[in-house]
Design a binder for this molecule. Structure first.
Ligand code: MCA
Ligand code: AMP
Length: 505
């Protein structure tokens, strides 16, 4: 039997397909019948373009209903969907296209000219465009095609999507997620978060990462829900649309920004039954302030690209501030020493996990895949955690050198490599510093070359913006004569974090 995720989701669509699937801020509305037809036409187009099961379709577009239809079309065609952050620069895109070798690449009409050469160099057979209003060559090419496209057969282990995630080596790796991975996570979250008839999801997350694409969209689609699809997070707009929603999901920055809105309170949340937070630690202070202002207890959960969701606070029962809750029903979680050895119960160690949600490995990178799994099949998350006496998981830090800024991951190594290539720089260290809005913000300490004038901070930042997505570019760059090192020659980032801890307060 086929286990294509599209069919799994489709089983949850409302019997009356005229029911609303997607509603946009300008009042445009797409029913579930429209969603089936539009994704059917796009699936046909992909097939007409020679996309065979297993071929990659890379997509870097603004958030829109059509972007969601394209995701579903890829599932239906058996293609591998490869979403890319809109903030990525052409230099970053060149790497992803070169590595993934997609047959089709869809970008925005505005970026087409800048990316045409990049796509050609990567051997992309078809470059198409999709604008935020459904404009561009993609939808035009599919307009007259037959919407009855069926759905390709897929086994649970067939790859449905590749999501790139950076690493401590500075090179991004494509995490291969199967139809079975995504279906199991969607079904579990749908069940444990109590999705029910009448739920309306207010969707403000980007559609190119796990949180907005799989956690939010898949669960709502599986429920046959109406999704109010906002192009981006805007606190005032959330306040306006929240009264019609029952479910809202966000990164902690969404919640701190909502709390900064004077008009935000219980009245705006009157129909909401569930606020979910994840992708970065939710401060206990935000959790408490939100409860006091809105009367709602945020449900915090924890996950990662390679595994989707791993733990969640309970829908019924105590949601404990500062914890990410309990392992999902079918996910085994354990805490180990960094070398994989046993540690005492309740101690801090590296969180490892196993379950049907865990990815199938990194794209064309079996060595890296092997490095991150234990011999008994547990995946090593790189997060430092402890499990308390009631089984709640506390994420207390990271064994991996990683910064999470506004819910986006930034691996210092990648930024250091980019800085070190700039003229006037001898070496650099990139650190995360506390930031009121983003939780953590990226900052760098640079040692200039000894001859010549030290480079200006603004100049370095401007040069980095040409190469790196904006959220990765350090918000501050400090200069130092040398970097503090221990006897082994390792940079003591703790000392740098300490020295600059108030930079953003
Ligand atoms: C934008 N900028 C940022 C960030 N976002 N800087 C640092 N961190 C950020 N997160 C910069 C831009 O480069 C730009 O810089 C300036 O801020 C304004 O950009 P704009 O796009 O207008 O910002 P915004 O709309 O205010 O965006 C902030 C945001 C957004 C709403 C918090 O970053 C966001 O939607 N984050 C959610 C990320 C997410 O979905 N994460 C889930 C990953 P300049 O002015 O210098 O050009 S999935 C995951 O982590 C796992 C699986 C999990 O558990 O969920
Ligand atoms: P990503 O690589 O984007 O999938 O990010 C996954 C990482 O985000 C995890 O390994 C954690 O470090 C972090 N993360 C996700 N959710 C939470 C949370 N609720 N609390 C703390 N860290 C989180």
């Amino acid at each position: 039997m086929s286990e294509n995720l599209f069919q799994t989701l489709q089983a949850g669509f409302p019997a009356d397909r005229q029911g609303a699937a997607i509603e946009l801020p300008d009042g445009r509305r797409h029913s579930y019948a429209d969603l089936e037809a539009a994704s059917g036409r796009l699936a046909r187009l992909l097939r007409d373009l020679g996309v065979a099961p297993g071929d990659r379709v890379a997509v870097q577009v603004e958030k829109s209903a059509e972007a969601l239809f394209l995701y579903l079309a890829c599932l239906r065609a058996g293609a591998i969907y490869l979403p890319l952050n809109t903030a990525y620069t052409p230099a970053e895109i060149a790497y992803f296209l070169g590595d993934a070798e997609p047959r089709v690449f869809v970008c925005t009409p505005a970026a087409e000219a800048a990316l045409r050469g990049t796509a050609a160099a990567a051997g992309v057979a078809h470059l198409l465009t999709l604008g935020q209003d459904g404009d561009g060559s993609l939808i035009a090419a599919a307009r007259d095609l037959d919407p009855e496209a069926g759905c390709a057969e897929a086994a649970a282990d067939d790859i449905a999507a590749i999501l790139y995630t950076s690493g401590t080596t500075g090179r991004s790796k494509g995490a291969m997620l199967s139809h079975g991975n995504l279906a199991s996570n969607a079904a579990t979250l749908h069940r444990i978060w109590g999705f029910r008839a009448g739920d309306v999801l207010l969707h403000a997350l980007p559609l190119f990462h796990v949180h907005g694409l799989f956690v939010a969209s898949n669960t709502a689609l599986l429920n046959g829900s109406r999704i109010v699809l906002l192009p981006r997070f805007d606190a005032a707009e959330i306040l306006r649309r929240l009264p019609e929603a029952t479910v809202f999901m966000g990164v902690p920055t969404f919640y701190t920004r909502l709390l900064a809105e004077p008009g935000f309170g219980a009245e705006a949340c009157r129909n909401v039954r569930l606020f979910v937070s994840g992708s970065a630690p939710l401060l206990a202070e935000t959790f408490e302030a939100f409860r006091a202002r809105s009367g709602h207890t945020i449900l915090e959960r924890y996950g990662m690209t390679e595994a989707g969701m791993i733990t969640s606070n309970p829908l019924e029962g105590e949601r404990r501030a500062g914890t990410v809750g309990l392992p999902l029903p079918e996910v085994a979680v354990r805490i180990r020493a960094e070398d994989g050895g046993d540690i005492a119960e309740g101690e801090i160690g590296v969180l490892e996990l196993k379950g049907p949600n865990v990815f199938k490995g990194y794209w064309r990178n079996p060595e890296k895949t092997a490095e991150e799994f234990r011999a008994d099949g547990f995946f090593v998350s790189g997060d430092l955690a402890r499990i308390d006496e009631r089984g709640y998981v506390h994420i207390v830090g990271r064994a991996k050198d990683l910064i999470i800024s506004g819910g986006y991951n930034v691996y210092p190594k990648e930024i250091e490599q980019a800085i070190d290539e700039l003229d006037g720089v001898r070496e650099s260290a990139v650190i995360g510093l506390p930031h009121r809005d983003f939780g953590e913000a990226v900052a760098a300490v640079v040692v200039p070359v000894t001859d010549g004038l030290p480079p200006e901070e603004s100049e370095l930042i401007a040069r980095l913006k040409d190469r790196l997505a904006g959220y990765k570019v350090p918000k501050r760059i400090f200069t130092a004569e040398s970097l503090p090192r221990n006897a082994m020659g390792k940079v003591q980032k703790n000392q740098l974090r300490d020295a600059h801890k108030d930079a953003f307060s």
